[in-house]
Design a protein around this ligand. Structure first.
Ligand code: FES
Length: 649
């Protein structure tokens, strides 16, 4: 081959191209990731490249601008108006002029890697369902009459290979002024999803639109609703915010909300209105925090457990409260934001991930997307710890799923001094096994209290949160203050005055209280509540292990906002999870939220999760007799085996 050799970095893709070939064209032919919004017109500057010269450059190219033939007028104009970093060229203008190595800087890569997975280094590429396209539209001609919309569609087909775009009245109402104001050049936002038409024009801006468009990833939990606002052109999370789910006033946990709906005519509709109102407030909050117009939010992705999923959609969840726990639909859904009474962009779409089963929702599907057990060589147990634990067990050969009714104790509810994780809550606890004296740390403070108890530095104490109570009870067990059956000993039995009578049982005084902070104790009722919750979690995991025919797992991933704060050691001491090398227990943070973000930023991931969910085998704990057996066996601390002894050794 006599044509010059062109090598792109960092991809390493290479090919021979005749002199005069535009760099953007060479990149496209080789499948190199090089961005372009304006279609090579020297307007968007997304296509910037940087010629670099290794040993490879045998043509003695020495000056940056000359590396890829001379600057052309379009580039000169661009540089004089907007500036261009030294050494950079516009890929749509620069031409090949001899062998060259061309670096594509990260910001010019369309498929930027933005989401990092916890357990390995799999990264997610940016390829959202809604993207911007700059087009030049033919002017109307009396002799060849056709509508402005038809000429816009033709331009999208010819210039961006987007045939058969559709639109609606909202577009037509704004199209004519936009085309004329932009002098027949416009930027178009096109949604390409499975539903709502294959390629739908959702907005038209006159000329080149300098701004960006946004998407929301929303994790709709029973207790909290979390939203991440993302820039759909860079994948960056601009702001994250959360609010309490106002449905709590209808019932603390899922089943009490289903009961509310059964007992009260119109109850489901009330809960639907409550959650939609809260979602709108959350949309407005994140937009205000990022200082953007909510009308620029063009998409949202939702993940939710089945009851929340149905209530969001305005479907009565009554069928989910009784066997056979039938979902109205388990498929993914694409709908208009306006159908959920959400005000953002008028043509904004909503994508809801598929549900796995009647008790294993789109949130678990999102965890499966984010943690990808179906790609794992190891047998991995993933527990998404919340009011209802959702559990996945599997590897690349098979994935099983179930849910387990842990109740809200892990979130600090049903605990005498319990509270949600917020500043002032005790979140970390240590008990000296010799003196039996505690030290602890509260959320919002860097410092631990000292062994004499509370100090100013430890901050003001308001209660104890889920991770705090787990650590407290696990530490009490290790210090011999509580026996395997969950009974707290007396002062005489334990050798500490901190164990005091409380009715017919005892309590351990973690903090005596002072003028500003209340007394915090761990009662036998608290231990009992945590025992029940952890036994449900453990029994669910064991049930899946039985079904898989294994006695142990290779690794454990703790997911959920709460899972992020549980110490693996204490979870093991308490017997929340099956025995496993403590090093192999990791936290994935809010994996459901991460899954929602992946589905927002990568349209192909939606197809991936839809196919993964179809392959997951569901196990129904409620009708499985062995669940009950495991539950009883798991009520002891830790459970039948003696994991804590191993840890102490
Ligand atoms: Fe838009 Fe080059 S592709 S400036």
């Amino acid at each position: 081959q006599n044509d010059p050799l062109v090598i792109f970095t960092p991809s390493g893709k290479r090919g021979h191209f005749p002199n005069g070939t535009k760099v953007l064209d060479a990149a496209r032919q080789l499948g190199v990731d090089l961005d372009s919004v304006c279609g090579g017109r020297g307007i968007c500057s997304k296509c910037q490249v940087q010629p670099s010269f290794g040993d490879f450059s045998k043509h003695g190219i020495t000056s940056q601008p000359d590396a890829l033939s001379d600057w052309n007028a379009v580039e000169e104009r661009y540089k004089s108006i907007r500036g261009l970093i030294d050494g950079r060229r516009l890929g749509c203008q620069a031409q090949v002029n001899g062998d060259v190595v061309i670096d594509v800087p990260p910001e010019s890569q369309v498929h930027k890697q933005v989401v990092r997975k916890s357990a390995d280094t799999r990264e997610i590429v940016l390829d959202p369902a809604t993207r911007l396209y700059y087009v030049e539209v033919e002017e109307p001609d009396m002799h060849e009459p056709s509508g402005d919309l038809e000429r816009l569609s033709k331009a999208l087909a010819e210039q961006w290979n987007l045939p058969n775009t559709t639109s609606d009245l909202r577009i037509m109402q704004h199209l004519q002024p936009a085309l004329r104001q932009g002098k027949w050049k416009v930027t178009v936002a096109v949604y390409q999803g499975k539903g709502l038409g294959e390629a739908r024009i959702i907005h038209v801006w006159p000329g080149y639109y300098e701004g960006t468009i946004y998407g929301l990833a929303i994790d709709l939990g029973s207790t909290t609703i979390a939203a991440h606002l993302c820039d759909l052109q860079t994948g960056k999370v601009l702001t994250s915010s959360g609010i309490m789910n106002p449905q709590i006033r209808f019932g603390e946990d899922l089943m009490s909300r289903v009961s509310y709906s059964m007992m009260n005519p119109g109850g489901a509709a009330e809960m639907t209105t409550a959650v939609r109102t809260a979602l709108q407030a959350l949309v407005n909050t994140v937009a205000a925090e990022a200082i953007i117009d909510p009308a620029l939010i063009v998409e949202a992705v939702f993940v939710a457990n089945p009851v929340m999923h149905h209530l969001l959609l305005g479907i009565d969840p009554v069928e989910l409260g009784q066997a056979p726990f039938a979902l109205a639909t388990s498929d993914s859904m694409t709908l208009w934001a306006s159908e959920l009474d959400l005000t953002m962009h008028p043509s904004a779409s909503i994508y809801i991930l598929p549900c796995i089963a009647g008790h294993v929702g789109a949130d678990a599907a999102a965890v499966a997307l984010s943690e990808a057990p179906n790609r794992s060589e190891d047998l991995v147990l993933i527990v998404d710890v919340g009011t209802n634990a959702e559990i996945l067990l599997g590897n690349k050969h098979k994935v099983l799923a179930c849910s387990s009714p842990t109740g809200p104790a892990f979130e600090g509810a049903q605990i005498s001094s319990g509270q949600r994780a917020a500043p002032g809550a005790i979140e970390r606890v240590e008990i000296n096994p010799v003196t039996k004296e505690p030290r602890f740390r509260v959320i919002g403070s860097e410092k631990w209290s000292d062994e004499d108890g509370f100090t100013e530095e430890a901050g003001t104490i308001t209660g104890i949160c889920g991770s705090g109570i787990i650590e407290a009870i696990a530490e009490m067990r290790m210090a011999g203050l509580v026996d395997p059956s969950g009974l707290i000993g007396s002062a005489a039995q334990t050798g500490t005055e901190r164990c005091m009578p409380n009715g017919r049982t005892h309590e351990y005084v973690l903090f005596e209280g002072d003028g500003t902070s209340p007394r915090i104790t761990v009662t036998n009722g608290d231990v009992r509540a945590i025992q029940l919750a952890k036994a449900a979690l453990y029994a669910g995991a064991r049930l899946l292990m039985d079904q898989m025919g294994v006695d142990e797992v290779d690794r454990v991933v703790l997911a959920g906002a709460f899972g992020a704060h549980i110490s693996p050691k204490h979870a093991m001491v308490l017997g929340m999870i099956p025995d496993c090398d403590v090093e192999k227990v990791t936290s994935a943070g809010n994996a459901a939220g991460t899954g929602a973000r992946i589905a927002l930023l990568n349209a192909a991931a939606r197809r991936e999760v839809e196919s993964t969910v179809r392959q997951i085998v569901k196990v129904e704990t409620a009708v499985e007799p062995r669940f009950q057996e495991h539950f009883v066996a798991a009520s002891n601390i830790p459970h039948a085996t003696d994991a804590y002894a191993k840890l102490r050794a």
